[in-house]
Design a protein around this ligand. Structure first.
Ligand code: NOJ
Length: 528
């Protein structure tokens, strides 16, 4: 099968502020990523996605870009960037950058121009509206990070729209000049060797042309984040977004072998429309269905089958367990289930994206109020929206600050770092890290796991069993999601089966048609 690298490969997200600091300022940098490439090669991943590294006032830690064609000095410069690209490629890896097209920083020269007067040529590059008749905001759209999505601009007497912070004004993607300028940004980075882009909030790019109010969300409960009050029926996911994405894709396809990934939080039926007409949209619309999922076997098998059924013909699936905006998987489901989640992610059909540190079983770290960094937590304190807990420094070894920095880390290091770190887990044949390496090795050496079909075999008694099959190769994955030991009896046509790997990393107890699973155990078998 003639698969692309991004279909066979495994993506690994690096949150650059937290990966490896090399200059002692407590913030990770590009040189730090370069120094850790051997680790990533040994882990076995294929592509690195780095969260934004562009010049930014850091109101939202880099998701507020003030120059799309630069490197923020906190992360390095073009010399370190070019060296990183070269080394990534020399290590046989690919590099995907974060592209943040929905909004700029309010310090971006375009916004400074746009806000300078109503007749500035760049006025229409952003979304400016007159006040409502009562002088209030033009409509009811809310900011994701709380409060109105509209900010009044006294000097020019209009409001501008910001789906996130007021320091992140939304660009007007209906304006052809904006599109052209942003296309050139993509070309700029591809010429520098970048292999693709993860596009931030791609489903937000186009808003309702009539600026209609979003309807109230009947499921909203007091205590929920404010952005949950409304259903984003008009402020996002508009049909006109698809030609815009097709435009981005055409630019990406001007260069050979690149990938376009879209960040999309939508129900599956909407999500799959982002593959675009004739698959001319995102190559991989990020599939976050596992992020909100509970741990019941039936629920998981439904999620998987619904997603598989919704995919357009030829649309390549993908799975994500965590990222820098979500509580860590080990904290969401409990550390005892985290090895099973790793086995699931790395044996499903479709490209897996891992989040840095999940391969160590890193957990959310409680952040004292005075150490809070996340602007969302600062705006809506105390209701649990902070994203700082999942952004703490990578744990490399047992030395001070887990080997992340010689300075003061920008977020506290997890208190468990003396035991849970790369150096310690690397030396332990039964560790979470070893499990991830073995899973990746297995995926790589079994075409059925990389490219084969998916079929649920059973989801009874909290044991999820599925078959991955390609040509003559059949691989069965058996995950015990219950809280006790379980036995799964192999169907007759699968009774000759050899265990390849257990989450316990020992020899699973098996003979005859019965697969005996210990508590929290997952086993991968090859059917002979
Ligand atoms: C999604 C990013 O992943 C998140 O971290 C950021 O705050 C928002 N988009 C705004 O760019």
């Amino acid at each position: 099968m003639n698969a692309k690298w991004w279909q066979r490969g495994i993506f690994y997200q690096v949150y650059p502020r937290s990966f490896q600091d090399t200059n002692g300022n407590g913030i990770g940098d590009l040189e730090g990523i370069r120094e850790r490439l051997d680790y990533l090669v040994k882990l076995g991943i294929d592509a690195i996605w780095i969260s934004p590294i562009y010049p930014s006032p850091m109101a939202d830690h880099g998701y507020d870009v003030s120059d799309y064609c630069g490197i923020d000095p906190v992360f390095g410069d073009f010399e370190t960037f070019d060296r990183l690209v070269e080394d990534i490629h020399a290590h046989g890896l690919k590099l995907v950058l974060d592209f943040v097209p929905n909004h700029t920083s309010n310090q971006h020269p375009w916004f400074l121009e746009s806000s300078s007067s109503r007749d500035n040529p760049k006025r229409d590059w952003y979304i400016w509206r007159d006040p409502a008749p009562d002088g209030g905001p033009p409509n009811n759209w809310v900011s994701y990070f709380s409060g109105s999505g509209w900010e009044f601009h006294e000097p020019t007497g209009q409001y501008y729209y910001h789906a996130y912070l007021k320091e992140q004004p939304d660009l007007n993607w209906r304006n052809p000049e904006v599109r052209e300028e942003m296309h050139n940004v993509l070309r700029f980075w591809m010429k520098r060797g970048v292999d693709g882009f993860r596009v931030d909030v791609i489903w937000h790019l186009i808003k309702d042309a009539l600026f209609r109010d979003d309807p109230p969300n009947p499921d909203y409960k007091p205590g929920d984040p404010e952005n949950n009050r409304l259903i984003q029926a008009y402020s996002a996911d508009q049909p006109e977004v698809h030609p815009v994405i097709a435009g981005l894709r055409r630019v990406v396809d001007e260069y050979p072998d690149r990938v376009l990934i879209g960040e999309i939080y939508l129900p599956v039926s909407r999500l799959v429309t982002y593959y675009g007409e004739d698959l001319g949209g995102a190559n991989l619309p990020f599939n976050f269905q596992l992020i909100g999922a509970g741990g019941h076997a039936k629920d998981l098998s439904k999620i998987i089958m619904d997603y598989e059924a919704a995919l357009p013909p030829g649309g390549w699936p993908n799975w994500v367990l965590g990222n820098h905006d979500q509580p860590r998987i080990a904290s969401r489901i409990g550390p005892e289930f985290a090895p099973l989640a790793g086995m699931l992610l790395l044996t499903l059909r479709g490209t897996p994206t891992m989040y840095y540190g999940d391969e160590l079983g890193m957990e959310d770290v409680p952040i004292p109020k005075r150490a809070t960094q996340d602007p969302w937590e600062i705006n809506e304190p105390g209701i649990g929206v902070s994203r700082d807990p999942e952004r703490t420094p990578m744990q490399w070894d047992a030395s001070p600050n887990a080997g992340f920095t010689t300075g003061t880390p920008w977020l506290p290091v997890s208190p468990d770092y003396a035991q849970r770190n790369v150096a310690t887990l690397d030396a332990d044949p039964r560790s979470m890290l070893t499990l991830h390496r073995r899973l990746i090795e297995l995926r790589r050496s079994h075409p059925a796991l990389e490219m084969g079909s998916y079929r649920t075999v059973s989801d009874e008694d909290e044991v999820l069993v599925y078959l991955r099959e390609l040509d003559e190769q059949r691989v069965l994955v058996v995950l015990n999601l219950s809280r006790e030991a379980r036995t799964f009896t192999l169907p007759e046509e699968m009774s000759a089966a050899r265990a390849l790997l257990s989450t316990r990393l020992d020899d699973p107890d098996r003979s005859g048609p019965e697969v005996r699973l210990r508590v929290h155990e997952g086993i991968i078998l090859e059917i002979e």
